[in-house]
Design a protein around this ligand. Structure first.
Ligand code: 13P
Ligand code: SF4
Length: 302
């Protein structure tokens, strides 16, 4: 523990605060967090939390979701500028247009979305439960927002439904190309390729396993293989190496890195614990409307 981490631990106890960090947050932040996980795990942890303050080291849709699930709690973020560009990628009026075209439409909203988009949706999903939730819905027609790549992956896994996808994407995962992946595969031909479903279809087609960040980490820890190619944001490297110090992990070049997630530094975390500013707020009506699809996800994924 360095001095900043010790000070963070002290303040956290004094203020009955809990620190939640996504696997893409910097390693030194994951080290001091009480809960580290993928979006689904963190949403469940936020819902159950009894702390007075939740400090969310992630991007704004994660802080917002924690606030919507805990409207009476103080939810802080180390840096309010940490945003997920994909969370905004649905054109205004698109959801209404799709609803007018299909009577039984279910709008399925990846949790990587603004509260505004969640409030217009029927159910939220994360990358770890999207397939099972879409399969379980009574609706035949599905409009999946905002990520086209996770949407297409779900469509393939649930062929019995008509899954229509919105044309948004994660700029970090969508930047990984099949050529980059082929190159690293040539260098490590025996290493299984573990990929996040936000990657493009041609990258998924070259992969051995497709899953959320937590699924990827679990797969690598439980596999007898010693080398892996990882197609997701490189923040997972900390947990992969902690779980399996004798295994090796390789990434496409350039290594995928989410600049927004990296705004969660030890300095910004310490500062927000000291000042208690950077509070996440969500308009009350929007929060009530957005809590329904989030709660429905927690219910359906149980
Ligand atoms: P997970 O659902 O795996 O946590 O992914 C969240 C995310 O932002 C991926 O880019
Ligand atoms: Fe958003 Fe992509 Fe960053 Fe995840 S990695 S938070 S989807 S920009």
């Amino acid at each position: 523990m360095n001095n900043k981490q010790t000070e963070i631990q002290k303040l956290k106890k004094e203020k009955n605060a809990v620190i939640m960090a996504h696997y893409y947050a910097p390693a030194e932040v994951q080290e001091v967090a009480d809960f580290v996980g993928d979006s689904f795990y963190l949403a469940k942890a936020a819902k159950k939390s009894t702390a007075d303050i939740i400090v969310f080291c992630g991007v704004s849709f994660m802080g917002e979701s924690a606030k919507i699930l805990n409207p009476d709690k103080k939810v802080l973020m180390p840096d309010l500028k940490a945003d997920c560009p994909m969370a905004h990628m649905v054109a205004p009026g698109k959801i209404e247009e799709m609803r007018s075209r299909f009577d039984d439409l279910a709008v399925v909203c990846y949790i990587n979305s603004t509260a505004e988009l969640k409030a217009q949706s029927d159910v939220c999903v994360t990358s770890s439960n999207a397939v099972s939730i879409v399969r379980a819905l009574p609706n035949q027609n599905i409009f999946f927002i905002p990520d086209r790549n996770l949407g297409r992956f779900v469509a393939e896994q649930v062929p019995e439904k008509k899954v229509m996808v919105n044309d948004g994407c994660c700029p970090i995962h969508a930047a990984v190309t099949a050529q980059q992946l082929q190159k690293i595969k040539t260098e490590h031909p025996d290493a299984p390729v573990l990929t996040h479903p936000e990657c493009e279809p041609e990258v998924l087609a070259l992969s051995d396993f497709i899953g959320s960040t937590a699924d990827i980490i679990r797969y690598a820890a439980n596999s007898p293989e010693k080398e892996f190619i990882i197609c997701t944001e490189d923040g997972v490297d900390y947990k992969l190496r902690t779980d399996s110090p004798h295994k090796q992990f390789f990434y496409p070049d350039p290594r995928p890195c989410c600049v927004d997630m990296k705004l969660n530094t030890l300095d910004s975390l310490l500062r927000v614990l000291q000042k208690e500013d950077n509070e996440v707020t969500v308009d009350e009506k929007k929060s009530i409307d957005a809590s329904e699809p989030l709660d429905r996800m927690l219910e359906l994924a149980r």
